[in-house]
Design a protein around this ligand. Structure first.
Ligand code: UFG
Length: 339
């Protein structure tokens, strides 16, 4: 019995692979390296001391996905990470996002159906709450409020999975709504390696700290929040990875369709994150105050009660840990996985 991790070389997929192995699961990784590097496989081997089965595969290619399942009959659950994830790019290229994210998921689900695989964990996002009905957001908040095509691909895939579970009572699906994953494996061997100039706060701050940017962009100081900057629920990527292990255990209980927020339940502002990072790297970072970024909301953080009660999962790492581990990764790998 093994778990297929699509997008296994990516930021969250690579950390989840380690936690699955730590928990005693066998893993088959699949990735096409569209937004990741083959170097991740070497790093995972150093961290885990194991050669992890890997298949180079584009999840949108029906034949490749069929071959993957045919050559690994031991797969009995899938954690589906492989997807595009840049909000701004999704606004410019909506068709690419719908095709890749929804097409890829459908291709994997069709192959699972052909091969009788009934367990699926889906990478969703707090972005499905849009401008949240309540803060902290819980799983019963309206989850159809995306504000960009990337977010809509998550809303639509949640709907597809809901319909699939209705049609097939043997399916077990865990939809995991991530808040803002940051940080890196404590070893500093794997971490987030964005292409080009990062869109997200943490990788930008980390790059500013090693001197790639003269200052940190602060998008808006006039939000109705305590210090005027946006507030988010940052979660250590290793905690997030462990949430997937907890979800896989839940599937084994034949749970049908379940939905969980994965967040800490605590919100930090942009200024608070920058301050925590300054402590971690021991440097003062210049702030460049800019207008609000289009599409951003003032605040969102999770109500993580359901995951605690039903999965026995609680995030452990603090914002200081997240920044210290992100800095450890960034300072040891100033150019990410590139030479
Ligand atoms: N921000 C800055 N400067 C930057 C980047 C971001 O001030 O350089 C601010 C944003 O305005 C926001 C906060 O930092 O207030 C966090 O922004 P991110 O871009 O890091 O994250 P978002 O909350 O916008 O989005 C992230 C993921 C999405 C996901 C969403 C879920 O990028 O994929 O969380 O809530 F859908």
């Amino acid at each position: 019995m093994a778990i297929l991790v699509t997008g296994g070389a990516g930021y969250i997929g690579s950390h989840t692979t380690i936690e699955l192995l730590n928990a005693g699961y066998d893993v088959v990784m699949a990735d096409n390296f569209y937004n990741s590097s083959p170097e991740v496989l070497n790093r995972l081997k150093i961290i885990t001391g194991r050669e992890i089965p890997f298949v180079k595969c584009d999840v949108c290619d029906e034949q490749q996905v069929e071959n993957l399942f045919a050559s690994h009959p031991e797969i009995d659950a899938v954690i589906h990470f492989a997807a595009y994830k840049a909000v701004g790019e999704s606004v410019e290229k909506p068709l690419d996002y719908y095709q890749n994210n929804i097409g890829g998921a459908l291709c994997v689900l069709q192959a699972m159906k052909r091969h009788g695989v009934k367990n699926f964990v889906f990478s969703s996002s707090a972005t499905v709450y849009g401008e949240p009905e309540r803060i902290p957001s819980d799983e019963s908040c309206a989850a159809n409020g995306a504000t960009n095509p990337y977010g809509w691909t998550k809303v639509m895939q949640e709907q597809i999975l809901t319909d699939l579970c209705k049609s097939d009572p043997e399916m077990n699906v865990a939809i995991l709504r991530y808040f803002n994953p940051i940080g890196a494996h404590p070893s500093g061997l794997i971490g987030e390696d964005p292409n080009g100039v990062p869109n997200n706060l943490l990788p930008y701050v980390a790059q500013a700290a090693i001197g790639k940017h003269p200052s940190v962009r602060v998008y808006g100081t006039d939000y109705p929040t305590p210090d005027g900057t946006g507030v988010r629920d940052y979660i250590h990527v290793v905690d997030l990875a462990r949430g997937h292990v907890a979800a896989v255990k839940k599937l084994a209980e034949k749970c049908g369709l379940v939905v969980y927020n994965l967040g800490t339940g605590v919100g930090y502002s942009v200024f608070q994150v920058i301050e925590a990072f300054e402590k971690a790297c021991g440097k003062k970072l210049e702030r460049n105050i800019l207008p609000r970024r289009a599409g951003d909301i003032a605040e969102n953080y999770a109500n993580p009660t359901k995951a605690r009660e039903e999965l026995g999962w609680v995030a452990q790492y603090t914002i200081e840990d997240m920044c210290a581990h992100a800095w450890n990764w960034q300072s040891k790998n100033p150019n990410g996985y590139k030479e």
